[in-house]
Write a protein that binds this ligand. Structure first.
Ligand code: ADP
Length: 193
């Protein structure tokens, strides 16, 4: 099914584990959502990675962040839609089902490159009609990774620089840490604060 067949304009899929969603992911979602008419944030089951949060929790956490992104987009004059969906199948099959013409990935440092390069190459072989588009987060969010957010949270360090206050609270609760250790109470949103 093509994006035209889906009748919803240009569709992009942004897949990831989002364990948990960080300000880096949010920055990529915001940028990606301005390049397509419908963005599907695809939360991978990824049982092999042993996620801290269940698939349902990760989907819910991403959904909780979308309203703020949409509100900001509307005030910037962008009217595309953003959906959040779980997936456990082959990414290319999922992307075809969604009528996507692009897969969006975020690129951080050199360390991401080799893995992303291989994934994009393999996916292009599986379906040459779907392009992979790489976006960079703003420099203040580029270094953020879910892995280190979990590591810092597990040790009771401050994480509100890297995730929103609602996500920080969930991470601290998951590690039986006092949520007040997560950082300043001020909501450091991903938009120009
Ligand atoms: P995956 O297990 O698929 O790598 P992640 O949730 O770790 O899932 O990442 C999803 C995508 O978001 C990947 O393309 C990753 O490179 C990108 N990404 C994650 N954090 C950042 C960030 N801080 N800046 C830019 N891209 C990021």
């Amino acid at each position: 099914m093509t994006s035209e067949a889906a009748g919803s304009g240009r569709v992009g899929v942004y897949p990831g584990t989002f364990d948990p969603i960080t300000k880096g992911h949010i920055d990529i979602i915001r940028r990606a959502s301005k390049t397509v008419d419908r963005l599907v944030v695809a939360v991978a089951r990824n049982a092999g990675k042993g996620p801290l949060f269940s698939l349902d929790e990760r989907v819910e956490m991403v959904r909780d962040e979308i309203d703020d992104i949409l509100a900001q987009n509307r005030s910037d004059g962008f009217h595309g839609t953003i959906e959040v969906k779980p997936f456990g199948s082959l990414l290319m099959h999922f992307a075809e089902e969604q009528g996507a013409s692009v897969i969006i990935r975020g690129l951080r440092a050199v360390s991401d490159f080799e893995y992303e390069f291989q994934m994009a190459g393999m996916n292009a072989r599986l379906n040459p009609r779907i392009e992979t588009l790489f976006l960079m987060a703003s420099d203040r969010y580029q270094f953020i990774s879910s892995r280190f957010v979990k590591e810092i949270g597990r040790l009771g360090g401050p994480i509100t620089e890297f995730v929103t206050a609602r996500i920080a609270e969930r991470v601290m609760n998951r590690f039986d840490r006092d949520p007040s250790q997560a950082g300043q109470a001020k909501q450091t949103g991903p938009f120009g604060d």
